[in-house]
Design a protein around this ligand. Structure first.
Ligand SMILES: Nc1ncnc2c1ncn2[C@@H]1O[C@H](COP(=O)(O)OP(=O)(O)O)[C@@H](O)[C@H]1O
Ligand code: SF4
Ligand SMILES: [Mg+2]
Length: 335
């Protein structure tokens, strides 16, 4: 008898189920589901204070003291859950299977160590190069790949001898050193001089694509998501309020928060009266969001029913929204 087994589906690089982050009894991230397939680029957007950075830190097992994660974060080929893993287990995953680029390069760099040695060290720790000599040589190659001038000379520099843009290039080299299956970027160019932002962004995207890595890209720059990502998640008040293919979410947003965000973005700078648009009101502090729909106190479409939590409508966590009075599916543009 011959069997024609279907080829195995490529395993998801990241599977997140019911992720929560809390401090005491205060919930900061609530019930987040997310899967990322190999090579996929997913955007995570939302105003400042929405819970994006805490989500990224929870995925890396890097939450600050006092914050607790619940739920499950599974990384492909890693046989334990990130949530609840010990520091030993986590340090094997970090930088190897999953790496992160933070907003501020010095968060990731050791100020007392030459940058070439830092990149080489990352490879040696994870055993991806056999000897210190091989790792140093690979580090210099990598510094060249990320566009740093005079790679052997730069390798001998300390972080403080480099510009902010150069430091972030070193951080990108560090993050890519062991060919991670997933790169998480949290506003990776926001702290840089505007003249180098596009260059560093391009470098990150090229590094990810060349390696076939997947990416979770956190930003408030929707235009960047539109060019870089295939899918997008919209976060507000620690919850994913809408998700879907970028083209769909950006041209036919259903959730009223997504609509507001788009109206306020670079993609549509002025409203119908020619004014610069913003989402009305301000993001509440953690724990101050209304019960029910977290966007209720800022939403022009809110009614009494919005005091109850809207259910997720859609085929799965990667495509849908949670709003009692969504924009009609056919409506194009931003209300
Ligand atoms: N260590 C912490 N302790 C208590 N609250 C925190 C801590 N870190 C962040 N928060 C709060 O959690 C919320 C989400 O923060 P964050 O994830 O940084 O948002 P974003 O990255 O979307 O701007 C904010 O209200 C923030 O003040
Ligand atoms: S559920 Fe209600 S309050 Fe929330 S976004 Fe939708 S219409 Fe607005
Ligand atoms: Mg943040």
């Amino acid at each position: 008898m011959t069997t024609h087994a279907a080829p195995p589906l490529a395993q998801d690089v990241l599977t997140v189920t019911g992720l929560g982050v809390s401090v005491g009894d205060r919930s900061l991230v609530d019930n987040l589901d997310l899967t990322i397939r190999p090579g996929e680029r997913v955007g995570l957007i939302g105003e400042s204070g929405s819970g994006k950075s805490l989500t990224a830190l929870a995925l890396m097992g890097l939450l600050p003291e006092g914050l607790a994660a619940t739920g499950s974060v599974r990384v492909a080929d890693v046989h334990h859950d990130i949530v609840g893993a010990d520091e030993n287990q986590l340090s094997r995953v970090r930088g190897n299977d999953i790496a992160m680029v933070f907003q501020e390069p010095m968060t990731a760099l050791n100020p007392t160590m030459r940058v070439g040695a830092q990149v080489a060290e990352a490879m040696l720790i994870h055993g991806t190069r056999p000897t210190r000599r091989a790792a140093m040589s690979a580090a210099v190659d990598l510094l060249e790949q990320v566009g740093l001038p005079d790679p052997p000379g730069t390798a001998r520099s300390y972080p403080h001898q480099l510009s902010g843009g150069q430091r972030q290039r070193v951080v990108v080299a560090l993050a890519l050193a062991n060919d991670p299956a997933l790169l998480i970027c949290d506003e990776p160019t926001t702290a840089l001089d505007v003249t180098v932002q596009a260059l560093v962004l391009d470098l990150i995207v090229r590094g990810v694509i060349d390696r076939g890595a997947a990416m979770l890209f956190i930003t408030h720059d929707l235009a960047v998501v539109a060019t870089v990502c295939e899918r997008v998640l919209v976060m507000y008040g620690g919850r994913i309020v809408e998700a879907g293919p970028v083209q769909q979410v950006f041209t036919r947003p259903r959730h009223r928060y997504t609509q507001g965000l788009l109206a306020a973005s670079d993609l549509s700078v002025v409203d119908d009266r020619g004014r610069l648009a913003t989402v009305p009101g301000t993001v509440p502090a953690a724990g101050q969001f209304p019960a029910g729909c977290v966007f209720r106190n800022r939403c022009g479409h809110a009614t009494d029913v919005c005091a109850s939590t809207p259910a997720w409508t859609g085929q799965d966590a990667s495509d849908g929204f949670a709003c009692h009075h969504p924009a009609p599916a056919s409506e194009v543009g931003h209300g």
